[in-house]
Ligand binder design. Structure first.
Ligand SMILES: [Zn+2]
Length: 138
């Protein structure tokens, strides 16, 4: 990986929530294999939250992800496995990941993938901002 693939702490302006949006991926390894098939350098997300709430590390936070077009050089990505039927344990883990990240990157804004105006995707199929407000994640 070249220097352009490295993220500095101050580069992180957005914390982006995704979902896997497919029935054929159940684990972080499934997504890793899928993204390798895309010709990417392995899984494009920094954290993956499996159905049982298990948080799996993807790319390290200093390594640019592949998850949000045109914003990969200023964001980190977390992906919930599933389409919209996320489990309670997944939401608990998501809250944990986002609170941890906000401690490290206090000026970063939390958004859902669909909140980026260029995309027609509905990922992660819920209103991340509203959810964060309700959960007290600022
Ligand atoms: Zn997404």
């Amino acid at each position: 990986m070249g220097a352009s693939n490295l993220l500095q702490k101050n580069d992180i302006k957005y914390l982006v929530v995704h979902c896997s949006d497919t029935d054929t991926t159940d684990t972080a390894i499934d997504i890793h294999k899928l993204h390798l098939e895309f010709g990417w350098e392995g899984i494009g997300y920094h954290k993956i939250i499996e159905k049982n709430g298990k948080i799996v590390n993807g790319r390290p936070e200093f390594w640019k992800g592949a998850h949000v077009y045109k914003f990969n050089d200023k964001s980190l990505g977390v992906c919930l496995i599933g389409k919209s039927n996320f489990t309670r344990k997944q939401y608990i883990s998501l809250k944990q990941v986002l609170i941890d990240w906000k401690k490290k990157y206090p000026y970063a804004v939390i958004l859902g993938h669909k909140d980026f105006s260029y995309t027609k995707k509905t990922c992660p199929n819920f209103d991340v901002k509203l959810w964060c407000e309700r959960e007290g994640i600022l």
